[in-house]
Design a protein around this ligand. Structure first.
Ligand code: MTE
Length: 323
């Protein structure tokens, strides 16, 4: 995921851990440690931050036919092995630092090429459509994957509320910046806020999900509270966390990763074992919690196993050119 000097890495199969460490040392140095907020590296702590009695609020969802049957990743892995660079570069940083994220009050403005632009309060969004539990695969571009029982509903339910115009060809997602609470923002790393985008038909696809919870409880901060995207047929970086603005636009948005490393990250970012990342293969993956580091990896599936549902969106497109 993170950008290294091209000459710093020779092999195409370097463990992601080394990547993060190198990047962390390069950019943050002792900075993050010095700025360390003193929160324990315990996932449950950040999760409990918004709940008065130290327990996350329950958020049940109706079982969904869109769920996959794969064995679910454990709650502790889902909440302690994260990418949320606003909180640091190590996988353990989000759980350690995201307790500071302020998730109330919270609004999401939905604007741009729409008939009825509107700012939604999080309490409204929680009631906008029936909550569903959908077990989705998440495949990170770094080569690991998880299976997560998200709670939420299709993004289309929200987008329909604002009545997209005929000019709405793309959707841009902007996520929160709380500089004082986010050590990774203070350290630089990316050009904040974290921005992602989808084509309008991708955003309207039923699988594209607005997520408010996981494992039947409200989202832990490190997983993108109070609401995030889950776009399961794309690499995980498309699934932006802690959304504050959704803009419907005519031109293809420039995402944070494209801005940072255009030679490495494309707009579509569909999971595709046939298109390697410039510095490593995408043909296989390590399922977190299931396989040891030295166990054989799983084969990565086109569109992360969702080809039957989404391949038609890309009919006639060269997916090697549009990676
Ligand atoms: N959203 C924001 N705002 N900041 C981030 O750094 N990381 C992305 C994505 N959403 C990221 C983000 C990446 S690279 C991945 S793989 C997923 O979140 C990880 O989600 P998880 O930590 O809940 O597994």
């Amino acid at each position: 995921m993170l950008i290294r000097k091209p000459d710093a890495i020779q092999s195409s199969e370097i463990t992601p851990e080394r990547v993060w460490r190198a990047r962390r040392d390069l950019i943050l140095g002792a900075g993050v440690a010095a700025a360390g907020l003193g929160l324990p590296g315990w996932a449950g702590r950040a999760w409990a931050a918004n709940a008065p009695v130290g327990e996350p609020a329950v958020l049940p969802g109706q079982a969904s036919p869109l769920s996959v049957m794969d064995k679910q990743t454990s709650l502790s892995d889902i909440t302690s092995y994260n990418n949320y660079y606003e909180f640091g570069l190590d996988k353990s940083d989000p759980a350690a630092h995201a307790g500071k994220l302020q998730t109330r009050p919270w609004t999401v403005s939905v604007e741009g090429e729409v008939g009825k632009p509107r700012t939604f309060d999080i309490e409204e969004l929680l009631k906008l459509a029936p909550m569903e539990e959908r077990v989705y695969r998440l495949r990170c571009v770094e080569g690991w994957s998880m299976v997560i029982p998200w709670v939420g509903y299709s993004l289309s339910a929200l987008l329909k509320q604002v009545e997209p115009t005929a000019n709405a060809k793309y959707v841009e997602f902007v996520t929160v910046v709380q500089r004082d609470n986010m050590p990774g923002v203070r350290a630089g790393v990316l050009d904040w806020p974290y921005v992602e985008g989808l084509r309008i038909d991708e955003a309207m696809h039923p699988l594209a999900m607005l997520v408010f919870g996981l494992y039947g409880k409200v989202l832990p901060n490190q997983n993108g509270a109070p609401l995030r995207l889950a776009v399961p047929w794309k690499y995980g970086f498309k699934s932006a966390k802690s959304l504050v603005k959704i803009r419907l636009v005519e031109k293809q948005p420039v995402s944070s990763w494209i801005k940072a490393a255009p030679q490495e990250y494309g707009f579509y970012a569909n999971v595709n074992p046939a298109v390697p990342h410039p510095r490593w293969s995408q043909a296989s993956e390590r399922r977190i919690g299931e396989d040891g580091l030295f166990s054989p990896k799983r084969k990565t599936l086109p569109f992360n196993g969702y080809a039957d549902q989404v391949a038609a969106l890309y009919q006639g497109m060269d997916l090697k050119a549009n990676y």
